[in-house]
Design a protein around this ligand. Structure first.
Ligand code: AMP
Length: 358
């Protein structure tokens, strides 16, 4: 038996960016309250949550008070310090749990975990020193990518190597941080699966989306993705295997490369994911509601796709297009309320709904 938190219960969310904001809106629709914890003042989620705590990740008192004031804790980003979780966990359940965070916070642990599950990854080797990089290059070759093991996202903390002559510069770019060398995967396109696992172990997956990146940032997700029926079910089964292995509760994103040798896992994100934003206008129950349902112990909802959708991120000056987008047909705008526009900053997204031709 799993215990469901009743309407009116309070969900604590670590991180108050746009993902925390959209989680809070979904929670409110189901009758739950959200408290946000974020070191930065005035986070986007603060506009729609019941309460915001502005305090550091190592503020013992604030963390303990926060944990005592909520019924369950979840998060919108994976790089929460382990020491913070150590403080919160004895006071309040954290969903998804520690194992999912531990796996996704470290690219090496993540790759080992995926390999042990029998899933394909890029060839990889741990690199802690310049000498280890030379040794790893002999094994893996070029082209390859050197990535920091921790705290890398959106292509940051990465250096590409075309040949052994790039080794010194690549190692310098890591600034001494432990790293991992990955062989370059030749892929035709990138897809992701957004999937959920409920408190009682049921699994539901959304139709995989096809992702387009530019400058390391996601620009567009399209559904349906270009996948055969077999690839589509493979993708979903891979996500289910990951969810079950982690005894996961909540929504998870799995990024995959589509290759001639099958689907190769790039990385997993233990949270709602930018490439799942299309679900807001393509499904009865979107990824944010699905996550909230999972963490409060409700049954998972219907994530079946009823429309083709192109999700486009609005980044920096893309906001100039908002007045036109407002007038366009079959366009659903989702803006994050960020006061300051910056190059490379995700300001909102738009779902272009593709109606079936009648
Ligand atoms: P990541 O930060 O690991 O998600 O990498 C950002 C982007 O770099 C990915 O979406 C891919 O387009 C590309 N990339 C990362 N790792 C590899 C790899 N091993 N082989 C080919 N492309 C990669």
């Amino acid at each position: 038996m799993t215990e469901t938190l009743g309407a009116g219960s309070t969900i604590g969310i670590l991180g108050g960016g746009q993902l925390g904001r959209m989680l809070s809106v979904a929670a409110a629709r189901l009758g739950y309250r959200c408290h946000i914890y974020d070191p930065a003042p005035l986070p986007p989620a603060g506009h729609v949550a019941e309460k915001v705590v502005t305090a550091a990740w190592d503020d013992l008192r604030a963390l303990q008070q926060f944990a005592a004031s909520v019924d369950v804790i979840t998060f919108e980003f994976e790089n929460i310090p382990a020491a913070t979780l150590d403080l919160l966990e004895p006071v309040c359940p954290i969903r998804p749990g520690r194992q999912a965070l531990a796996v996704s916070q470290d690219r090496l642990t993540e790759k080992d975990f995926l390999r042990d599950l029998g899933l394909q990854t890029a060839p990889y080797a741990a690199v802690d020193t310049a000498d280890e990089l030379d040794a790893a290059l002999l094994d893996i070759g070029t082209p390859s990518i050197l990535k920091t093991r921790r705290l890398g996202y959106d292509g940051k903390g990465q250096a590409r190597l075309q040949g052994a002559q790039d080794a010194a510069a690549a190692w310098d770019a890591m600034q001494g941080a432990p790293a991992i060398l990955e062989g370059f995967v030749t892929f035709s396109h990138e897809v992701s699966v957004i999937a959920a696992r409920g408190l009682s172990g049921e699994v539901a997956a959304y139709d995989p989306g096809e992702n387009l990146h530019r400058d390391g940032i996601l620009r567009e997700t399209r559904v349906p993705a270009r996948l055969t029926a077999a690839q589509r079910s493979d993708a979903v089964l891979m996500a289910a295997r990951i969810l079950n292995a982690l005894d996961y509760v909540g929504v998870l994103g799995v990024e995959l490369f589509v290759t001639a040798q099958g689907l190769v896992v790039n990385e997993i994100a233990p949270r709602v994911h930018n490439s799942g934003h299309w679900t807001q206008n393509g499904c009865a129950v979107d990824q944010f509601e699905q996550h909230i349902r999972a963490v409060v112990g409700l049954p998972l909802g219907d994530g079946g796709r009823y429309a083709d959708v192109v999700m486009e991120n609005l980044i920096g000056d893309d906001m100039d297009r908002v007045p036109d987008l407002m007038k366009a047909r079959d366009v659903a705008l989702h803006l994050y309320g960020k006061p300051e526009r910056r190059a490379g900053r995700k300001m909102g997204h738009v779902n272009h709904i593709q109606r079936p031709k009648s």
